[in-house]
Write a protein of this length. Structure first.
Ligand code: GLU
Length: 290
C-alpha cells in the first residue's frame, strides 16, 4: 500500500469561507491520522480571477485555523512547482498524450453557439452539457502541434457508467453522456481546464486520497475517465457535505460575512471552529488503519 498522500488545493479567487475551512480541516485531519503527507497546491490558473491578496490570505487564514502541510509552494517538496501557473509544461505533455490517443477534439463553438444549443438547466454542475457539435473534428486532432487557438474537449464514451466508492458518501454512479457530456480539457484562452490540471497534478503528486467538496462529485466521474485515458491510477475520494447559508444556498466566495477573514476580525476562536467541524462531519469515515 502506498503511504497516504492528501492535498489541499485552494484557488485564490476570493477569501476562503467556512465551507473551504471545513473541507481543508478534514483533509488535514485525514492526512495526520494516517501519518501521511499533506500537499498544498495553489490552483492559480485563472489569471483574471486570481489575485495576490487572496494568495496571501489563504496561507495566512489556514495557518490561523491551525493547519500545516508538508509540501507546497512555501515549503518546497519533491513534485516540482506546486503553483498551477508554473506547471504548464506538465499539462502540455499530457495534452499531447491525449491528442495522440484519439480522445480529444478541437472545438470552435462560440459561447453564443453553446447558449443557443443548451436549454436544459445545469445548476448542480460547473460545466454545461456540450451537444457534441465539433466531434466530427476528432480525426483532425493529430494535425495540431499545440492546443492554442481553439478549445479542446474530451470525447466522453456515451452509455458508459462511471462508478466509484466515495469514502464519505458511499457508492456513486454517473452515466457518461447523460449526466455529463464532452468536457473541456483546454480553454480557448490557452489555459488547461480545471479537470485537466487537477488530474495531471493529482497523478504527478502521487495523491492517494482527494478530499474536497461534494459539488465536485460529478467532476470526479469526468476525472476518472481522464485518469484512465492517461493510464494513471485513480486515487480514493472523500467528498465533504457542502455548507449552506440560511437560504439553503451553498456557500460561495461572495459570502463575505462567512469568510475566514471576517470571522477572524470578529474575534472567532480557531479551536472552537475546529470543534464545530469535528461535530458536523464524520471525518474519520472510511479511514483505514488504527
Ligand atoms: N481548486 C478547486 C477549488 O478551489 C478545488 C479543486 C479540487 O479539490 O479538486 O474549488
Amino acid at each position: 500500500m502506498p503511504s497516504y498522500r492528501g492535498r489541499i488545493a485552494p484557488s485564490p479567487t476570493g477569501f476562503l469561507h467556512l465551507g473551504h475551512a471545513r473541507t481543508f480541516w478534514v483533509a488535514h485531519q485525514r492526512a495526520r491520522v494516517a501519518s501521511g503527507k499533506l500537499v498544498f497546491r495553489n490552483e492559480d490558473l485563472d489569471i483574471h480571477r486570481c489575485k495576490p491578496q487572496f494568495v496571501a490570505a489563504m496561507y495566512d487564514d489556514l495557518r490561523w485555523l491551525g493547519l500545516d502541510w508538508d509540501e507546497g509552494p512555501d515549503v518546497g517538496g519533491l513534485a516540482g512547482p506546486y503553483l498551477q501557473s508554473q506547471r504548464r509544461e506538465f499539462y502540455l505533455a499530457e495534452w499531447r498524450k491525449l491528442r495522440d490517443a484519439g480522445v480529444l477534439y478541437p472545438c470552435t463553438c462560440s459561447r453564443k453557439d453553446l447558449e443557443r444549443a443548451l436549454q436544459a438547466p445545469h445548476e448542480d454542475d460547473d460545466e454545461a452539457p456540450y451537444p457534441g457539435t465539433c466531434r466530427e473534428k476528432l480525426a483532425t486532432a493529430r494535425d495540431w502541434q499545440s492546443p492554442d487557438g481553439v478549445s479542446w474537449r474530451f470525447k466522453v464514451p456515451g452509455g458508459q457508467s462511471i462508478v466509484f466508492d466515495d469514502r464519505c458518501f458511499g457508492r456513486q454512479e454517473f452515466a457518461a453522456g447523460t449526466d455529463f457530456a464532452d468536457f473541456l480539457v483546454w480553454r480557448r484562452d490557452d489555459v488547461p481546464s480545471y479537470q485537466m490540471a487537477v488530474v495531471v497534478d493529482d497523478a504527478a503528486m502521487q495523491i492517494t486520497e482527494v478530499v474536497r467538496g461534494a459539488d465536485l462529485l460529478k467532476s470526479t466521474a469526468r476525472q476518472l475517465l481522464l485518469l484512465e485515458a492517461l493510464g494513471c491510477p485513480a486515487p480514493e475520494y472523500f467528498h465533504c457535505p457542502l455548507l449552506r447559508d440560511e437560504n439553503n444556498l451553498r456557500l460561495a466566495k461572495r459570502h463575505d460575512a462567512l469568510s475566514l477573514r471576517a470571522l477572524r476580525e470578529q474575534g472567532a476562536d480557531p479551536q472552537e471552529l475546529r470543534e464545530k467541524f469535528a461535530a458536523e462531519i464524520d471525518w474519520h469515515r472510511g479511514m483505514l488503519g488504527p
